[in-house]
Design a protein around this ligand. Structure first.
Ligand SMILES: [Zn+2]
Length: 186
């Protein structure tokens, strides 16, 4: 009897409904605490951390369904698995793009500060099922790269992969990092 009495709030219930409701809404939006995200990210292996980041816990990059997903900028269906990108908003909404120039055009117009809390990933040209954070990828712009919307840009996990493709294309082109890609004229 005494325990029950102690656990009951002394204050009238009417004082509390608003904060309680807000708390529930926030928890629902974040996917709730204790989903395993925070514990997993603390693990030391960088590769694992990247994999988990890409898995996105509750909200993050999604596998692109080529032949089904549509570019948020030009409305074309994504069909070439060597090209593609995603913009993930701070709230976890994912937008797909068939080419990097569509992603950068979208981001130029998107609300909020450049970059902001949003993040973006790009298809690894050499390993099409992999997605790379845009600011970690290496980019080759080359006339021989037939990207869907004509940017001629392909993304790679490292310089070795990039140079291998560049050799296959007979050399030439130019190597860029993300700030330069983002600054390319539309
Ligand atoms: Zn597009």
């Amino acid at each position: 009897m005494k325990r029950n009495d102690l656990s009951r709030p002394e204050r009238p219930a009417a004082e509390q409904p608003v904060p309680r409701l807000l708390g529930r809404l926030v928890l629902r939006g974040e996917g709730g605490p204790g989903t395993g995200c925070s514990a997993a990210v603390r693990r030391p292996a960088a590769v694992l951390a990247l994999a988990l980041w890409l898995a996105g816990c509750d909200s993050g990059p999604k596998p692109i369904r080529f032949g089904r997903d549509e570019c948020a900028e030009c409305k074309m269906t994504l069909v070439d698995p060597h090209y593609g990108a995603e913009h993930i908003t701070a709230r976890g909404r994912v937008y797909f793009f068939d080419d990097l120039n569509c992603l950068t055009a979208y981001q130029r117009r998107a609300a909020g500060p450049p970059g902001g809390a949003a993040r973006a990933v790009v298809v690894d040209f050499k390993h099409p099922r992999r997605l790379l954070p845009v600011d970690q990828a290496w980019y080759l712009q080359h006339d021989g790269l037939r990207s869907p919307m004509g940017s001629g840009l392909a993304a790679f996990a490292g310089e070795a992969d990039l140079e291998a493709v560049r050799r296959e294309l007979g050399g030439g082109g130019r190597v860029l990092r993300w700030p330069e890609v983002r600054a390319l004229p539309p």
